[in-house]
Ligand binder design. Structure first.
Ligand code: ADE
Length: 516
């Protein structure tokens, strides 16, 4: 239509020419007709014709030079048009105006010259533009964004360092403190004193830093996506140093925040000593220093060791006690908010020399304050370990704004830990190998979808071996764990109920022993 032709010409006139051949394309198509000189075989109506463009051409037809002049209409369909690219065999020149082609004589270049003609269908016409857009622009963009990223990271790093400096300023100078306070004390002295002086579980910040910088690292005892755990030494005492990988810095911040704001001293919660942030070769090193437990994690322990019924109960009860302490809110000056762990598993539980366990890794924990009904979920993008995820986490039906939901997710995971322990408890000389929960139905490092299929769709639960039912302790444990695994989160037992039941079983076991 006329409108589309007009639009097309406007678009053409707006386009930026990138080569001489483009310019020809860009000439506006005029509707005005001109009289042109007509010469050659096609001039059937005489030596004049009318058209929108006049042309003059020269064609090498098998060695014979054919010269033509004439007219082109707007929609020229012939093989020869104003757009015909010049070549060694043919050249066309167009013009607009009355008899404008009269004095145009086109010439083919002499044979053998290596003149380069613009190609309409090849690379060269568009190569400059294409090259710029496809290669140069992305490279410039990449350099630009890298520069911005470096700038932002440096800024963040500097802010972190400034925060540390501010912290120092609040607590005085390092040297004075080392000399006056830390000098001859043992960790127990320092920690005992700090319990009565501060609000959190740890030492004053400056003492934390001083202790951290006096630690020598001895051996790496664990390594994973989270970073590394080292056995270190501080004034002759063993300490555990968890060095966080930079991608898990949010976990360090959260754990540090919780230990420093909440009084978390319990025999079944890993004891906190200090947190430290240092700058090393322009990267930030994040340390969490805690009590060292030479028997390692429950996961490591169960690989190599088996338990008897009292040992099993002792461990189970200690974990339930630790979790009950985390879950409960205690009011008053020495109180604590309710805390849900959100990543309970055998790798996050440590075995103590007295046969009890303690719960570690509060990097994902959430806090709840009943008086204000405040739920502090932190800002860690990490999620719990997939293998231990409760059905409501896997199918996303969890009520994320309710603290109760997070406790129930912990209880699901506690049930799985009890199952891991019970498998390694010998009864009538029989014991199962160590296996992680759902070992038989999902691959190692299962995906979210793997877990969802097993736990939500098929509603599978860990298998309870028959031999457990001929043992009092294991039968009770089986009943308990089943009550941690209800699909309906609100039907599950609480940590306190599990703790009380395990205490009763423990007491009845003692009674049987004394009766005998
Ligand atoms: N692995 C992780 N944390 C540990 C700790 N506190 N003691 C010993 N081994 C550990």
């Amino acid at each position: 239509t006329m409108r589309s032709v007009a639009l097309f010409s406007v678009l053409l006139s707006l386009a930026t020419p990138c080569s001489s051949s483009d310019e020809e394309v860009l000439k506006p198509v005029t509707k005005e007709e001109h009289e042109c000189v007509c010469e050659g075989s096609s001039c059937v109506t005489g030596n004049r014709c009318r058209g929108h463009q006049c042309f003059s051409s020269l064609t090498d037809s098998a060695g014979t030079m054919v010269s033509q002049k004439g007219c082109f209409k707007v929609y020229e369909q012939s093989t020869l048009t104003c757009k015909t690219p010049p070549s060694r065999d043919q050249i066309v020149e167009c013009c607009q105006g009355h008899l404008c082609n009269m004095n145009i004589t086109v010439q083919l270049p002499p044979k053998g010259t290596t003149q380069h003609y613009p190609q309409y269908n090849g690379l060269s016409t568009y190569s400059v533009t294409t090259l710029v857009t496809v290669i140069v622009v992305p490279i410039i963009a990449l350099i630009f964004f890298s520069a911005v990223a470096v700038f932002v990271f440096r800024r963040i790093h500097r802010n972190q360092m400034e925060r540390l400096t501010t912290r120092d300023a609040e607590y005085g100078t390092i040297d004075g403190l080392i000399a006056s306070n830390v000098g001859e004390s043992t960790l127990a002295d320092l920690l005992d004193h700090s319990c009565t002086s501060g609000s959190g579980s740890g030492l004053p910040f400056l003492v934390q830093r001083t202790v951290a910088r006096q630690i020598t690292l001895n051996e790496c005892v664990g390594k994973g996506r989270y970073g590394e755990v080292w056995r270190g030494q501080w004034q002759g005492e063993s300490v555990a140093v968890k060095i966080f990988s930079s991608r898990d810095e949010k976990s360090w911040f959260r754990e540090t925040e919780i230990y420093n704001t909440v009084l978390l001293r319990h025999e079944n919660i890993l004891g906190f000593i200090a947190s430290d942030m240092t700058s090393r070769n322009s990267s930030t090193q994040l340390w969490l220093i805690t009590h060292f437990h030479e028997m390692g994690s429950l996961y490591d322990y169960l690989q190599l060791s088996t338990l008897d019924a009292p040992g099993c109960l002792r461990m189970a009860l200690s974990i339930a006690s630790g979790l009950a302490h985390l879950h409960v809110e205690i009011f008053g000056t020495q109180g604590k908010p309710a805390i849900a762990h959100r990543d309970l598993k055998s790798k996050n539980i440590l075995v103590k020399k007295n046969g009890q366990c303690c719960i570690a890794d509060l990097g994902l924990a959430v806090m709840h304050f009943q008086d204000t009904n405040e739920l502090d979920v932190g800002n860690n993008p990490k999620v719990g370990t997939k293998r231990y995820m409760a059905p409501e986490v896997l199918d996303d039906s969890i009520q994320m704004d309710s603290f109760e939901s997070y406790k129930r997710v912990d209880i699901w995971a506690l049930g799985l830990v009890l199952w891991e322990i019970a498998r390694r408890t010998v009864s009538n000389g029989i014991v199962e190998d160590y296996k992680p929960p759902f070992h038989d139905v999902v691959p190692s490092d299962p995906s979210f979808e793997d877990m969802k299929k097993v736990v939500c769709v098929d509603q599978q639960r860990p298998n309870i071996p028959n031999r457990w039912f001929s043992d009092l302790t294991l039968t009770s444990m089986a009943k308990l764990m089943k009550e941690c695994w209800y699909q309906n989160p609100s039907a599950r037992l609480t940590a306190l109920r599990i703790k009380k039941t395990l205490t009763k079983i423990d007491n009845s076991l003692d009674k049987i022993k004394t009766d005998i």
